[in-house]
Design a protein around this ligand. Sequence first.
Ligand code: HEC
Length: 141
Amino acid sequence: MNGWTEGALALAVTLVLGAGLWLFTGEPVGDDTTDTTIPVVVDTDAAARGQTLASDTGCLACHTIDGAASVGPTWKGVAGATRPLISGEQVTADNAYLFNSIVDPPSQMVSGFEEVMPTTYAEQLSEQEINDLVEYIKSLS
Ligand code: HEC
């Protein structure tokens, strides 16, 4: 290889890597990701269904979406964040955690709250409805 080809190759590689890096880091992961620990990717159609379900099912009697304290933790900023549990564990609020928090609340109690969340949602809601609620909560992160 002569010097010119090498130089052109190096330039091409630099450009491709640079563009890749820019695309990767330039991808927005949410409006406010400052206190989240994992990126949150939301299915917006499911989130829209979840929003309706949240008010129809009565979740919003205990949960706010604006960061204000209530009977339960606010949903704002929960998805992707680290949750302190009564057990002393610190867990990341990923899809599995959020799903489990809805179907079996006492198994992962958030520190500072009472055990008052209904344990009937696993029977009351379909798996898809629960996933829709999870997507809605994620849209608030
Ligand atoms: C009677 C009040 C009440 C209702 C109604 C209620 N919750 Fe909760 N929820 C709580 C409380 C209190 C906690 C915190 C203790 C715990 O982890 O169970 C909680 C915790 C959660 C968590 C974990 C949040 C976190 O900060 O880590 C999720 C997710 C959740 N609820 C979703 C729901 C959904 C979805 C519904 C409706 C289908 C619902 N809740 C209805 C009281 C309620």
